[in-house]
Design a protein around this ligand. Structure first.
Ligand code: NDP
Ligand code: MG
Length: 384
């Protein structure tokens, strides 16, 4: 019998956390959950600790510790989150949102832990540094983002030179069919209602602006070492096909699946083996009407920036990500309009440092200044 895999789950209380726990719950004989983290939600964290009997527990926001009632001792604060990721295990899952996931994810690979990463903001900002460290430490970086999991599964890793190009599909988000004139009136509560996926607020807004796909273009270029002009994006509202790899010999491999993050998570935790998850089956009869469109760059100008930051040396992916995080946060707090998310990112890109970071300290510094630039722009120009 195979030994159980020890798993550490960062961001256990979020949407990726919830899908990960579903996977672990279904497969208790395969996995031990040896560590979990949350930021605010001490109550849900306690429930998870008690259900899975988790020995190592961290709440990164020290303020909320009073509500914790889990059976295991609670550690609080950011440095304990980093220590948690360093505990030797089979796979660390990073389901933390935004750049807050950077240090713990980097800590995980720095001690040689394999990393199943959903937290795309970290790969966008520090991808190259992560890939080099993972190579040095022989720690695998396994994609969880569904499109990247699709490409990972279709890719013949040793023969990347045989690939002509790849396609990432995009559901198009909740405003795919809304006339552009109405975009300025979009409210946060509308933007967080995704038609296909149930996700955290930040990625839901990113899907609505299609900045999510811009981040994913950069994420794909890092994970698969592929040039930006070989990454295509196609809008596919049903989101049944997640990604395609087009080989030079004319063969195209596609990955299909009903939209549920449990599958890419299972791929990341078990590759190259597969678990029987006993999910609803895909029926080609039921999905006979799949649709595909070119993205509308007028409605979703943020998408183009994914290619542009990879092609233009004066634009930085770190800045793109940082300013988008600030702009989305301001939009969710009703301080700026939906359409200004793009304007804030665009203007921040044009006033910020575009140097290539050599290490994590550089990334943090560029990120910090970009955030200040975006906040300053919001105050001066975009505040509603
Ligand atoms: P959620 O907002 O649902 O969850 C975020 C998790 O991170 C929560 O556990 C939260 O804790 C924790 N967290 C929040 N802020 C901090 C912080 N400052 N420090 C440490 N932990 C923090 O997000 P999602 O699960 O939707 O997304 C997580 C990541 O996965 C994102 O990068 C997203 O882009 C990516 N992703 C998500 C997909 C999805 O289907 N949801 C699909 C593909 C990628 P608490 O609840 O206590 O606040
Ligand atoms: Mg995705």
């Amino acid at each position: 019998m195979n030994k159980k895999k020890n798993i550490i789950l960062l961001g256990a209380t979020g949407s990726i956390g919830e899908s990960s726990l579903r996977l672990l719950r279904k497969n208790r004989e395969k996995f031990n959950l040896v560590g979990v983290s949350a930021h605010n939600n001490a109550e849900l964290l306690s429930k998870i600790v008690n259900e899975f009997d988790v020995p190592n527990v961290v709440l990164s926001n020290t303020k909320n510790a009073k509500s914790y009632y889990g059976r295991s001792e609670l550690n609080v604060g950011k440095s304990n989150l980093i220590e948690l990721a360093k505990i030797s295990c089979d796979v660390v899952i990073s389901g933390i949102v935004g750049m807050s996931g950077l240090y713990p994810a980097f800590a995980a690979i720095s001690v040689g832990n394999n990393l199943a990463i959903a937290n795309k903001e970290t790969l966008v900002s520090a991808g190259q540094i992560f890939m080099e460290k993972s190579y040095e430490k022989k720690a695998k970086i396994l994609p969880v983002d569904s499109e990247h999991s699709a490409i990972f599964q279709c890719l013949d890793k040793n023969n990347i030179s045989n690939v002509d190009f790849i396609t990432l599909t995009a559901s198009g988000g909740p405003f795919l069919n809304m006339p552009i004139e109405n975009f300025k009136n979009i409210k946060p509560q509308d933007a967080i209602k995704h038609p296909v996926w149930k996700m955290g607020k930040k990625i839901s807004v990113d899907s609505a602006t299609m900045f999510n796909k811009a981040l994913e273009i950069i994420e794909a270029s890092v994970l698969f070492n592929i040039e930006s002009n070989k990454i295509e994006v196609v809008v596919h509202p049903e989101h049944i096909i997640h990604g395609l790899v087009h080989y030079k010999d004319g063969s195209t491999l596609a990955n299909l699946g009903l939209p549920d993050m449990i599958t890419p998570l299972s791929v990341a935790l078990n590759w190259p083996e597969r678990l029987d998850l006993n999910l609803k089956k895909i029926s080609l009869h039921n999905i006979c009407n799949l649709s595909f469109f070119q993205p509308d760059f007028k409605k979703f100008p943020g998408l183009k920036l994914g290619w542009e930051v990879l092609q233009n040396p004066y634009l930085s992916p770190v800045v793109l990500n940082a300013s988008n995080e600030i702009a989305v946060d301001a939009f969710l707090k009703n301080k700026v309009s939906f359409t200004d998310i793009y304007n804030i990112v665009y203007e921040t890109l044009n006033v910020s440092d575009s140097s290539i970071p050599k290490n994590i300290t550089d990334v943090i510094e560029i990120d910090k200044i970009a955030r200040m630039n975006s906040l300053d722009l919001i105050k001066r120009k975009f505040y509603k």
